[in-house]
Design a protein around this ligand. Structure first.
Ligand code: ADP
Ligand code: MG
Length: 701
């Protein structure tokens, strides 16, 4: 139903672009599914699949001088046919012109097809890669065979696209050509001053230009056509975030002003005092909460920077003024950890704290829901289960979402809908480079905890080859004797979890032979009870070495563990390594991290490990990560929740991003409903980049 509504709203000028790819002529179900796999389901998706190279078929050298191994085109006369006598022999067709002779070679080809295509005595244009075989010039399976009248179609610069197996560039290129032929002409949505100073082409010509590169220069991310389209994409991104923010802020919030009595109680029980960073963060949060607008704030702080206590105090602030507070974690383990932290910290304080995860079922769940609805519960901690349809809050004041990097804009919006009008604080340990910050969180205010709690020892990181495992094991023995605890993370083998598991089990068996009952194993396939029991044994110190798959990555706080060993560390990304390393270094004890790699190791992987060895600062690591990934690679992964751009490239187009940000800011001040001529044109832009979600916000706002 929702879908129809969206289609109904889309201006009809864009309809041709939003047909399924099979609507293109020459694209049946088989080719269609390949194209869909490569680019996406709609015709418009073909436009964002950019050429990665060119073939210049305009070259028509003399045959004798044709560069071997390269693509050229030739106008020749067909002379004679030499059909093959068996399947392993090729069918040969001899051609010539006054610059030499050319043999065309075909394997496994139908005789009638060849005779019809290349009748002796006819003149043909042949294009393909020229080779030398037995002293003769030949082209096997020419890319194009055409009549002299087809010269315009063949003798041109042909774009090359990244392909998927089973799909040829020729077929794909033809489909793109079909899309370009029916490309709508759209009202200009760019700010006219910018459009003029940059001397950019219109959208329509820019799209045509990127798919018809005439030279290598045209493939450059800095070519005018690419920059224009990159700007469009970034503008759509910034406009979407700004519209979401605008809509969210229109929903009136509750002014929440606590009296500080609960905060005071909890502070007296703490063994530490807050850092300046934490205090500043709380000042910002409390002032947001006090205002009549909704809070939409991101609290960004490296692992171990102490975000939890900040969130707890914010929740107490809400409770003090009679509201309920929610703390949502991305995993069950983390939810339970937060729950027990809260219980510990609030011991002796008159508060009702509840837990709701997928595991609370039946009567237990009913009781939790009842207490929530009747306002008996003050604070509730849990997972996604907190926002299921039948969970009803009596008076929700603030929602806190931990480890936000697991949730993208869409999930964020869904949650905003659930808690209409309530304040929202999201927390992330993912240090995001400044440039990316805008693309991912342009809709939120941002607070950073840059300072670490006092007394933390820096983590010493070393990089060793897995060949040295025997020595590593010796060192572990020393450490166990000293009472230290160790995380041993096993590699990510594949997308397939089962293979990760196999690696972890293998390592567990190996270590078990040496350290016997001191070794534990935890992985994603265990039941929740099993996981809890392992975690609790590790917590109590019964388990000294905990072998784990990467499920341990997020948020786990075990301050006794001082050693982090990561096997095949070269397979991990920088931000993941940083997250994992952050599981240690949480106490006054010196901690260490051992990054083990398996040879051979490539240059980039080696650099990543070197970055890890040289710094503990998450923000530095994030910037290095961005650089190491290079400008060629699309940024943002499903896991990170960062947006993925199709034309724009954050490294090369960073200047455009800040321009887009300012542009949107000015625009919405003048035209918050996108109702001016430019505003209406911009709606097309949002549709083009499939940001209907922003337009819906506009409608309901
Ligand atoms: P993260 O930001 O990664 O969520 P946590 O909130 O889990 O970090 O905090 C890590 C540890 O630091 C916890 O054990 C917490 O009790 C402790 N901690 C938090 N703030 C301070 C502080 N100001 N001084 C000392 N320790 C602190
Ligand atoms: Mg945390």
């Amino acid at each position: 139903m929702q879908r129809d509504e969206k289609i109904g709203m889309r201006p009809s000028s864009l309809n041709t672009l939003f047909r399924p790819v099979t609507a293109l002529s020459g694209v049946g179900p088989r080719i269609g599914s390949l194209i869909e796999k490569l680019t996406g389901p709609n015709v418009v998706d073909l436009l964002w699949h950019l050429p990665s190279g060119i073939i210049d078929r305009r070259r028509t050298p003399k045959l004798m001088e044709a560069p071997i191994g390269e693509v050229s085109s030739f106008i020749v006369r067909v002379e004679s046919h030499y059909p093959s006598h068996n399947k392993r022999q090729p069918y040969k067709v001899i051609c010539s012109n006054d610059t030499g002779r050319l043999t065309l070679v075909f394997f496994r080809v139908r005789k009638d097809y060849i005779s019809a295509t290349l009748p002796p005595g006819s003149d043909k244009i042949i294009s393909g890669k020229i080779e030398k075989f037995d002293g003769e010039l030949q082209i096997s399976h020419p890319d194009y065979i055409g009549d002299p009248e087809d010269a315009d179609n063949i003798l041109r610069v042909e774009p090359i696209y990244p392909m998927t197996s089973g799909l040829s560039v020729k077929v794909f290129g033809k489909s793109v050509g079909n899309v370009l032929n029916t490309l709508p002409i759209l009202e200009e949505w760019l700010d006219l001053a910018l459009f003029r100073t940059e001397s950019w082409p219109s959208w329509n010509s820019a799209v045509k230009a990127i798919h018809n590169p005439q030279s290598e220069n045209d493939l450059d991310t800095c070519s005018p056509a690419r920059r224009r389209l990159a700007y469009d994409e970034l503008l759509a991104n910034q406009l979407t975030l700004a519209l979401i923010r605008q809509a969210a802020q229109k929903q009136a919030g509750h002014p929440i002003v606590g009296d500080g009595r609960l905060r005071k109680k909890i502070m007296t029980g703490l063994s530490f005092s807050l850092t300046d960073s934490q205090n500043e963060a709380l000042t910002e949060i409390e002032s947001d909460m006090a205002s009549k607008y909704r809070m939409l704030r991101l609290l960004q702080g490296d692992v171990g920077s102490g975000k939890t206590i900040v969130s707890i105090i914010a929740m107490l602030n809400a409770v003090e003024s009679g509201f309920q507070a929610v703390l949502m974690a991305p995993t069950e383990i983390l939810a339970r950890q937060h729950y027990s932290t809260l219980l510990k910290l609030t011991k002796g304080i008159e508060l009702r704290i509840a837990l709701l995860t997928g595991r609370e079922k039946g009567k237990v769940r009913q009781a939790v829901l009842g207490d929530l609805k009747s306002a008996r519960t003050n604070i509730i901690v849990g997972t996604h289960a907190l926002f299921q349809e039948d969970v009803i809050y009596a008076d929700l004041g603030i929602v806190i979402i931990d480890e936000q990097h697991r949730f993208g804009v869409h999930q964020r919006l869904a949650l905003t809908e659930k808690g209409k009008g309530c304040d929202m604080l999201v927390m992330t340990a993912t240090p995001i480079p400044r440039t990316l910050m805008l693309t991912a969180y342009g809709d939120m205010d941002i607070t950073q905890l840059r300072e670490k709690p006092a007394g933390r020892k820096a983590i010493t990181t070393r990089v060793v080859s897995v060949d040295r495992i025997a020595r590593v094991v010796d060192r572990i023995q020393d450490n166990i004797n000293k009472g230290n605890q160790i995380f041993w993370i096993c590699p990510i083998i594949e997308e397939l979890q089962s293979q990760d598991l196999a690696a972890a089990k293998y390592r567990f068996d190996y270590l078990k032979k040496i350290f016997r009952e001191h070794v534990g194993l935890i992985h994603g396939r265990m039941t929740k009870n099993e996981k809890d029991s392992v975690m609790s044994d590790f917590n109590k110190g019964k388990i000294k070495v905990l072998v784990a798959t990467t499920i341990i990555e997020v948020g786990i706080d075990i301050s006794n563990a001082t050693i982090m060993i990561i096997e095949q560390a070269e397979r991990f990304g920088l931000s993941q390594l940083h997250q994992l390393r952050g599981r240690v270094g949480r106490s006054e004890q010196p901690s260490s991290c051992l990054l083990m790699y398996k040879k051979p190791i490539n240059g980039i992987a080696r650099k990543r490990l070197e970055v890890m060895r040289s710094t503990n600062d998450g923000f530095v690591i994030a910037e290095e990560d961005l650089k190491l990934r290079g400008s060629g690679e699309l940024l943002g992964t499903r896991q990170s929740g960062l947006p993925v751009f199709r034309v724009a490239n954050i490294l090369d187009h960073a200047d455009l991003l800040s321009t887009a940000h300012k542009d949107v800011d000015m625009l919405l001040k003048k035209d918050p409903g996108l109702k001016t001529k430019r505003g209406l044109a911009l709606r097309n832009l949002l549709y083009l980049f499939e940001r209907e979600i922003a337009i819906q916000n506009l409608k309901s706002g």
